[in-house]
Write a protein that binds this ligand. Structure first.
Ligand code: GUN
Length: 288
């Protein structure tokens, strides 16, 4: 078997197109332009790349972008004061504080300061609580993108065995909640899980979000499973340029799985597209 390659890049383009249409409609109906504020503290190179892409794509779909870059040794008070002013600013519908933060800042404390109605990352406990107990939360963007890709392949998730490797607040836990909300039977595996390959072999749907390059091999996969690879890892190559790979050994696993996301070009591009969709949703809620 050669697995279907799930094209996250094309899917993200489609989501961005829909968002751009929604932005035009909201401008026409209510005179409101959705605005996203992105806050970056420090100069982490990977975060700088993400933030640049976010700003570019926000503007490309017709939204306003407010970009705040703070010094690496910014105090908690200064950051909190910026968040308070963004909470109060009617032109700002979504607020994203890029993680990780420098060690002297407590990310939980900072996230809790964001107005939950503007928490387009879906990290505030109010949104996390609603994700698990019901309601209408903002859902974290990477798992939301994964669900869209998954449903494009398999609309009927109820009763399927889903295994999520990784228990982070950004991906693993919300991914598990989304799968559970679709009535999958969900296992969250992590670094202490016994016999991880055997656990993964039970999965009809496998989501890898651990940050271990090419860890998941063909003999971990149930024939016909759907595999979503959230990992983005840079590995050394002989030419010295390096290469991005996921947590899944793509070529190996492709021989057994029904469908698989590549890296790059899988869930990655969907993350920013879903952030834009969440920002549009926040702007719509602000006028309803
Ligand atoms: N760092 C890595 N992924 C994310 C994300 O989805 N949101 C934020 N705010 N920071 C991140």
């Amino acid at each position: 078997m050669t697995a279907l390659r799930i094209d996250g890049k094309a899917f993200a383009e489609q989501v961005r197109q829909e968002v751009a249409e929604g932005v035009s409609a909201l401008k026409a109906s209510h005179g409101v332009t959705p605005g996203l504020a992105v806050v970056l503290v420090g100069e982490d190179p990977a975060s700088q790349v993400y933030v640049r892409n976010k700003v570019k794509q926000t503007e490309a779909c017709g939204m306003r972008s407010f970009h705040h870059v703070l010094d690496v040794d910014t105090s908690r008070e200064s950051l909190m004061s910026l968040i308070q002013s963004l909470n109060a600013d009617p032109a700002v519908h979504g607020i994203l504080v890029q993680l990780p933060l420098p060690a002297h800042l407590d990310s939980k404390d900072v996230i809790e300061a964001i107005d939950p109605a503007k928490d387009v990352d879906g990290f505030h406990t109010s949104n996390v609580g609603q994700l698990w107990t019901g309601g209408n939360p903002f859902v974290p963007c990477t798992p939301l993108g994964c669900m869209k890709l998954l449903k494009s392949i398999e609309p009927n998730i109820a009763g399927k065995n889903a295994v999520v490797i990784g228990r982070s607040n950004i991906v693993g836990r919300p991914m598990a909640a989304l799968l559970l909300n679709e009535s999958a039977t969900v296992t969250i595996a992590h670094s202490k899980t016994h016999n991880l390959p055997a656990v993964c072999r039970e999965a009809d749907i496998l989501v890898a979000a651990v940050g271990r390059p090419q860890m998941v091999k063909a003999d971990w996969i149930k024939p016909g499973a759907i595999v979503l690879d959230v990992g983005i890892n840079r590995i050394e190559t002989e030419d010295g340029k390096g290469r991005l790979v996921g947590d899944v050994d793509f070529d190996d696993v492709s021989t057994v799985a029904r469908a698989i996301t590549p890296v790059p070009g899988g869930p990655g591009p969907m993350t920013i597209a879903c952030l834009l969709a969440n920002t549009l949703e926040a702007a719509k809620r602000s006028v309803s």
